[in-house]
Design a protein around this ligand. Sequence first.
Ligand SMILES: Nc1ncnc2c1ncn2[C@@H]1O[C@H](COP(=O)(O)OP(=O)(O)O)[C@@H](O)[C@H]1O
Ligand SMILES: [Mg+2]
Length: 259
Amino acid sequence: MKTFTKTYLSAQAQQQSLAHHRWIARTNPDVRIPRIVQVRPTEIDFEHLEGRHGGPDDLVALANLLGHQHTSAHTRELHAARLDTPHTHDTITITGFADGRRERLHRLLASGTVPEPALTPEAADDWLKQAAIMPAAFYKDSNPRNFLIADADVAVIDFDSLTLAPFGYDLAKLVVSTAMTTGPLPEDAIRRAVDAYNHHPRQRGLPGCSWREFAAWCEFHHVLTTPYLGTNGYRFSWHTTRPSWTTDVLRYLDKESAP
Ligand SMILES: Nc1ncnc2c1ncn2[C@@H]1O[C@H](COP(=O)(O)OP(=O)(O)O)[C@@H](O)[C@H]1O
Ligand SMILES: [Mg+2]
């Protein structure tokens, strides 16, 4: 079998990736992921999958997949999780939403290197506090290079990162990182992506992600992904590509009806 070998910086990082792969396989059993063919202390041989990376035309299909993944994981397991507490199941512990992320947000916001953030450190803390009691989904770094698309089949790859996150957070990563790769996205495509995503939690009686929450999570990703601008194919900063409603909806507390 053709394989794709991934090398890790440490045996611990490799172990963590294996645990994440097992967890995704269990909580998203109908989602295509590469099989693990062989394991060495700092390497994993994954089944090689054919396909291209995601792009702007795939937003709605990928949003649909993410909504399904998050709702499936919530229904099967994460309904018992609190976002501000690490979630342990068998041999895996998934870190809480604020763990590490709060410090990174504060450090980057204080550094002055993030162009035009629509988020103050206080606002970031407030969102993290609000998130603590939101229904739990997960973040697995949904940048467009972590999907392999072949015709109508989408496979999910890259098991390095996994944390608890509110519904909509990893969708916002997909939208921000796609815009950072290819430039401004049609506003209608973003609206349809959020709707396609929310269809899944709402079918299960869960609230999904509001426009305001989505806008806030986009700003989190703006701050956290800015250090990678100029690498990984990121050629555009979110502050030059974001739709104006995303900052308006955060600025005016009474505005919920975007876009
Ligand atoms: N199982 C696989 N089959 C084919 N290509 C893969 C596979 N896993 C990763 N790749 C390719 O390698 C790239 C980087 O792999 P990824 O696991 O996302 O590592 P990174 O940590 O560098 O983001 C992916 O974007 C994809 O193009
Ligand atoms: Mg990757």
